[in-house]
Design a protein around this ligand. Sequence first.
Ligand SMILES: Cc1cc2nc3c(=O)[nH]c(=O)nc-3n(C[C@H](O)[C@H](O)[C@H](O)COP(=O)(O)OP(=O)(O)OC[C@H]3O[C@@H](n4cnc5c(N)ncnc54)[C@H](O)[C@@H]3O)c2cc1C
Length: 402
Amino acid sequence: MGAGVGGLAAAGALARAGWHVTLLERGDRLRGGGAALLIWPNGVAALRALDVSLDDIAFPMVTGGIRRPDGRWLIEAAPNGGAALAGSASAGAPANPFVVHSDDLHDALMAGLGDRIEIRTGMDVTTVRAAGAHRPGVGTGKHTFEADLIVAADGARSVIRRRLAPEAALTAAGYTAWRAVIPWFRVPRLPATLPAAGELLGTGQRFLYATLGARGTSASNTRGGIYWAATAPGAPRPEPATTQLALLRRWFADWQAPVAELLDGTEPQDLVQQAGEELRPMPRHFGFPVGSGGFVLLGDAAHVATPDLSQGACLAFEDAATLRSLLGDPSSVAPLGPALDAFTQTRRARVSRVAKASRRLGMVLQAQGRLTVRARDVALGRLPHTLLDRAAATAHHWTPPP
Ligand SMILES: Cc1cc2nc3c(=O)[nH]c(=O)nc-3n(C[C@H](O)[C@H](O)[C@H](O)COP(=O)(O)OP(=O)(O)OC[C@H]3O[C@@H](n4cnc5c(N)ncnc54)[C@H](O)[C@@H]3O)c2cc1C
């Protein structure tokens, strides 16, 4: 249930393993999430295990170091594109991510659904039946659906999680993020010396950008351009996107290129605003045996880490690959209980580690206060690999189950 990246990945994987899958989505149609995503080595490995190809749609993010808002280097880009947040060029350091347009990723996941899945849009699930010997069920008020297994991939505000794991709480991380992809035809002229990707860190504010392909050379099946993501302290803004964009231009007015240029080239319809949030505490269980079947929480429905390590979608792909491996084909599992317990055991420890690493990195990257920021900048300059690579390595090292 839920046709975000996690639900699509799980639905396609289970259908290909022989399960009869019905996909319920409350939206009136299936669509991508907007902007772009970084897909780290663990996400790439999970997608590969799920037979979803990023060929021709994902671009390696060659990192361009970290600067202060005034342009001075905190961590200088190595000539070969190493260093910085996305991983250093040193031996054993985590590899760089790929950047992919959300609509291209959505299309790739849709292609992976095949033609054996029943897709029901406009189905806003509001009720959950998880008691007694009945098969698990969900309802919309008008329709009821029963299944051996209900996969709740209904996002950070999951109704199924609220019913089955009320102990979990969505907590504000204290900042808001804005993201956009500016298509190449609208990308402003930028200084030729700028690296293809980079990051600037200020006081509580952060700006990251990466190119999706090169101007004029994107494959016809990709949506090329420049992806950027910015964060600023505080709650999401209630104003319309035009006003949010005006605020961003004001907050980042003095920042070095390409910040002002990219904000100027952005149009309100490009903008995606999201709160920095975390599910803390996490649910005690991700799998819930009910009768001879059960429920499983997957992706943001099960675990939300702060976006500092940009790992949420990658973890959802790990979930989907793990679930498929534990369930096998429909004839091989009955009852489902042991597989659901194993899912909790395998996934909970893993995502807790990543969430902790992301939270800690966030405290560094979103630091506020003049003295704290000065100490942060000194530490980043001297110990970049310790502070950044360790957090990234926690997330990247993951091997798909057989
Ligand atoms: C600022 C920011 C940047 C990020 N950047 C990255 C990144 O670079 N890389 C990365 O890996 N991750 C990133 N993430 C995290 C990533 O976006 C999420 O983890 C991921 O989208 C979660 O996918 P999901 O399918 O679990 O949930 P969602 O994408 O939220 O999908 C849930 C789906 O369920 C549907 N739904 C909800 N409720 C119901 C209901 N009651 N009935 C029926 N359907 C329902 C929704 O309509 C939606 O389609 C970022 C997050 C943020 C906030």
